[in-house]
Design a protein around this ligand. Sequence first.
Ligand code: NAP
Length: 310
Amino acid sequence: MLLLWRVLQFYGRFFLSFTAIGHSVRSLLWKALEADFTGQTWLVTGASGGIGKAVALAAAHAGARVIIAGRSAEKLEAVVREAGPDLDITAETADLSLMREVATLVDRLAGQKIDVLVNNVGVLLNRHSLTDEGHETSFATNILGHYLLTEKLLEAGSLGPGSAVINMSSGGMHNAPLVLEPMNAMTPERFNGVAAYAMHKRAMAVLTDHWQAQHGELRFYLTHPGWVDTDGVKTSLPTFRKLLKWVLRDADQGADTALWLAARRPEPKPETVWFDRAARPAHAFKRTRASKHAPVDLVAFLDGATRKRR
Ligand SMILES: NC(=O)c1ccc[n+]([C@@H]2O[C@H](COP(=O)([O-])OP(=O)(O)OC[C@H]3O[C@@H](n4cnc5c(N)ncnc54)[C@H](OP(=O)(O)O)[C@@H]3O)[C@@H](O)[C@H]2O)c1
């Protein structure tokens, strides 16, 4: 009964806002972005498809040199081909759920300044699996890999003063407070893909504020793309997609706020998620504030999980 109430509460609150309806209404008030990213280097994770690909192509069209990271060399090459010779897009193959591949990716990027990092890759898995490094796969993909990637790029000086880090969140985070161990379920019995995804996205919100507090010379943003019709949604949420396909956003609409943040660089605000070009509360419901853990606990937990790879 409680679950049904929460589902109704969630969809009642967000249906119009997160769909293309919300985007169409809000965008009536927007000026054209007209971004110029000439001279900038971007790194976009999970850019072999979906929203990441849309961000990467739009940034390259606006003059950026864009490094696209994904686990499928073929899909990355297809994006490079689609971009054509006039856009500066380079592919880096890396499975971002594997910490050793994250570490070698950072090594390959040594000496390059990253102006904009888009921590985009994210998966909602309906089946439990562990990576060969012993992490639950969605935990490793959605939060741990991005934690390690960002920390290592900071350590290496690739991310520095003036860089922006844009973390891709989800409305799902409004369903979870910050938790630690349950994010990384070791057995199928303890795993619920939707709940795990929400926990990872909540952790990303906490991490964004933590990084901003630690590194005031950079800008860290948490953003939500809205509900977007991508391959990820097709695979992970087939019923959701079947019911809502007619109002889902397209990938360019999903990419809009990330591009806007990179272009406008608004003053970061704690406990907010940037959505449709505005800062909105990171807690929509009181229950997600009820966390027993602090950001330092989260960082210690993630450090513990990555230690063997650092
Ligand atoms: N779509 C939505 O409605 C929605 C809503 C809220 C938030 N988001 C968030 O937006 C982000 C992008 O979502 P999306 O819908 O565009 O996802 P998507 O369609 O699944 O695209 C993600 C891309 O990441 C790649 N990828 C997956 N696992 C990877 C890994 N371990 N290492 C490297 N690359 C990997 C995928 O390539 P493969 O083909 O190899 O799998 C795919 O090209 C995610 O963080 C998601 O949580 C999306």
